[in-house]
Design a protein around this ligand. Structure first.
Ligand code: NAP
Length: 324
């Protein structure tokens, strides 16, 4: 008998993208994996339809370990849309079949799989007018931008924000939201071809490549590094004393921040149903633009992760896991 015909085996297995050892896209394999167990009291199981990629997630410690313990094999991608397939006994307000979107905690198996287990507090209903792909693409960068502006940057209308990487996923939402709040936005981009895009997103001023390093000291009320690791010294210097510097990929340089008198912080975004509902309402109203660069079937997940920096269009890369 063919193994796939073994009756007791089929319901316990699902297709997933997994890495059995630390590394980059080269470690990812599309294979059979155990389906998640039944949800505990406060969890839901989601049949994933779309799962978005943050390329740097393969460098995050949480992707590979929990409480210092290696947790390979891991399933990447934490940003998803799908339908609830099972509900824990304590969950209220969600039922099997509900169309949802949300964020799997980063130290748990992710959404690049047919099923994902997620706390009900990390999920909200997906508005019917918003596609699975768009909802999945928006979740992580939009929530990060919202939390940065609401809780960390400390800015009000009329103040000045510097965004390093103003046309990336997080940078795009930061620029749109900050502009909408009446904050003056200066975005840095790597190439002059991105200048128009940055302006469309709400940047009042765009600095290309090394232009950014020449910005006058103390020009901005706050700056955020939405480009990744290695936050340059000029970004700290560009902020006025007592202004905020936010890093998103690694801890800020505490000595440099202290010497310059700036308040430097790192945070990891938290998913909350209320924030997701707020985002869902914005998406449904068309108040925010979500760029999707490309989609891949889950079976081509390794190629999707390997395609970092190769997309012809700006925006998120999204895995299409199921279409119904
Ligand atoms: N702490 C958190 O909760 C949290 C949440 C989400 C993301 N993150 C982190 O935030 C960072 C951004 O994530 P993302 O999803 O927005 O990534 P992304 O879509 O790849 O965006 C990064 C952007 O930075 C640009 N960039 C790279 N180097 C640059 C440079 N030297 N100068 C100017 N721009 C530069 C890239 O330009 P090109 O398009 O030209 O490559 C790209 O537009 C990642 O490190 C990610 O891990 C953290």
């Amino acid at each position: 008998m063919n193994i796939t015909e073994t009756p007791n085996r089929l319901p316990r297995q699902m297709k997933a993208l997994r890495a059995h050892a630390r590394g980059g896209a080269e470690q990812l394999v599309y294979e059979d994996a155990p389906k998640p167990p039944a949800p505990s009291g406060s969890e839901v199981c989601v049949r994933v339809k779309a799962a978005a990629i943050t390329f740097d997630e393969l460098t995050w410690p949480e992707t590979w370990e929990r409480d210092g313990v290696d947790r390979t094999p891991i399933i990447p991608s934490h940003e998803f849309a799908g339908a609830v397939s099972a509900v824990g006994s304590d969950v209220e307000g969600l039922s099997i079949g509900d169309e949802v979107f949300g964020l799997v905690p980063f130290n748990r198996d992710g959404a690049a799989a047919e099923y994902a287990l997620v706390p009900a507090t990390h999920v909200a209903r997906r508005p019917a007018s918003v596609s699975d792909v768009v909802a999945a693409a928006a979740v992580l960068p939009a929530l990060t931008a919202m939390e940065a502006l609401d809780e960390h940057l400390g800015l009000v209308a009329g103040q000045r924000l510097l965004i390093r990487g103003g046309t990336g996923a997080v940078g795009s939402f930061l620029a749109q939201f900050a502009h909408g709040m009446g904050i003056s936005v200066t975005a840095t981009v790597r190439a002059s071809t991105a200048v128009e895009r940055a302006k469309q997103l709400g940047a009042d001023e765009v600095l290309v490549a090394e232009e950014a390093a020449g910005v006058a000291a103390g020009t901005f009320d706050a700056a955020i590094d939405a480009a990744g690791a290695g936050t340059p010294e000029w970004l700290y210097r560009a902020v006025r004393p007592a202004g905020r510097v936010i890093t998103l990929q690694e801890l800020p340089d505490a000595d440099l921040a202290q010497n310059l008198g700036v308040d430097a912080r790192f945070f990891v975004v938290s998913a909350r149903t209320e924030s997701l509902e707020r985002l869902g309402a914005m998406l449904a109203a068309g108040d925010v633009e979500v760029a999707v660069a490309q989609t891949y079937p889950l079976s081509e997940g390794r190629a999707a992760y390997a395609g970092k920096g190769q997309a012809q269009r700006p925006g998120k890369t999204v895995l299409e896991v199921a279409t119904h």
